[in-house]
Design a protein. Sequence first.
Length: 499
Amino acid sequence: MSNVSNLDREVPYWRMSALVAAVLFVGVSRAGAQGWVNVSLGSGGPTGRHSAAMTYADLVGGPPPQDVAVLFGGFGVRESQPPGPLNDTWHWHGALRTWEQIVPPISPGPRFGHALAFDAARQKVVLFGGSDENGISSETWEYDPAVGNWALVSVVGPSPRRYHAMTYDESIQRVVLFGGEDDGDTPRNDVWVFEGESANWVEASPSGDVPDGRSEHGFTFDPSIGKSVLYGGLNIGGQPLSDTRLLQVMPVGPGGYAALWSQCADAGGGPGPRFGHALTYDACLGATILFSGVPDSAVAYVTGDTWQMVVQNGQCVWSEAPTVYPAAPTHRRNYGLTYDRRSAEVVLFGGQDIRGVSTPFNADTWVLLCLPRFAEQPQSQVVRPGAEATFTVTVTDFPKFQLEYDYRWRKNGVPIVNQPPRITGADTDQLRIEGCTSADDGAYDVVVRPAHPLYLPVVDRLSDPASLSVVPDPGDLNADGVVNGEDIQPFMAALLGPQ
C-alpha cells in the first residue's frame, strides 16, 4: 500500500531527534510567538506543484504516527511528461518530519483546484471537484487515511467547480463547501453541507450579509466562535477581495440547513485584497492563520506575509503575525496549508511562485511553530546591600506537550555562571543572588529553549529585561550594609560638623 521513506512506525513520539530536519540555530528573539522552519527533506517527498489540496486527519485511537496531513493531486511536475494534473496521495507525518507516498488500489483522476476536508465524526477525508485536462469535475470521493483507500461516493451535489474551499464545521459535525468557479469561469457564492452517512450534499439556505461569488479564497472553521471564517478571493470581475466574513451553519427542519452570514469589521486593518491564499485555524495560538497570496490580478506579484486573526467583541482583529524570520517560505500562491494538531504547528507545502523564476513549482515543506510564551516575566527590583534578589519566569506551551525547558540567565547580555552559594539557579526558571552588592546592579533576562528535538531549530525565546538596583539604606551611614550602633559616630560627625 505504501512507499515509505525514512519512516519507522515503532519510533516513540518523543524519541525522534535523528529524524528531525537539520536547520541551523539562528539567534534570539523577544518579539512574537511563531517561527517558520523549513523541514524539507530533499528527495523522497511530493514533486513541485500548485493547486493541490491538503488537510489534517486527526485519527482517533491510532498510534501517534497515524495522525497525518493528507496531500492529494495538484498541477506540477510529472515524471517523463510536461507539467500537468497529478493524482498521487501523500501523508505528512509531522512528528517524524517525513513524507510517505500512499499507493491505493484506485484513486481519483488527476486534478487540480479541488478541495479536501477531514470529516472527524466519520474519520474520512472528503474530496470534491477540481479541474483536469478534460474539464471541471463534480465528483465526491472519500479517503480512509487509516488504511489508504479511496472510494467514489457521489457524482450528484454541487455543480462542477474548481478553486472552491471546504472545512469541517465542528458545531454540526459536517463538511461545508463554499464558492469556487464553475465550468463557465463564474465565481459561486453557494454553501453546501455534506452528509457523509448518505453521501448526500445539501445546499444551505443563505441569509444575512451574503458574500459575493468568489474563487481562490481562504476558508476555515474557528472552534473558538463556532463559525467558519472567509477571507478574500477573486470576484466575478477578476478583482481580489479583502472582506472578512463569518458563517454559521445550522440544521433547520428535516434534512435542511441555514447559512447565516455576517461581515466582520477588520479592527486595525487586515491583510488587504488578495487571492490564491489559504486559511487554517492554529489551536496553539488560538488564531486563524493566513499566508501570502496575490494582491493584484493584473500583475504577477505575490506577497509573502503571514497574518493572524482573532474575533474579539464581534470584530475580526487582524495583525501581521510577529513571526521570527531567519527564513520563511518564499512568496507563493495556491499552496497546501493545514494545522497539525498533534505537533501543534501549521504545515505548508508547495505552491506556485510567479515572480519570474524559471521553476515555478515549489516542492518545499514548512512548519509554523507555536513558540513558548512567558506567562510570568522577571520583575525589576530594588534591594539593600547584603539582601537577596530573586528573578523568576514561568513559560507556557501547547497543553498537549508539557515540555521541559533549558534556561540561560544573563546580566547585561552576558551569560551568568552559578557561583554557589551566592549565585544559584542560572540554568533554571529562578535566579537567586544572595548578599547583593552594587556590583550586581544591571539588567537581567533569560533565554529559554524547549528541551525537545522538534524545537531545536527554532530561535530561542528571550524574556523581558528586569533591572536590579542595590541601594544603601539612608540610615547606613558607614556603608557597611547594615544599620546598627556603629552608624552613630558618622551620624554625630555629620550633625556637629568639623570640630
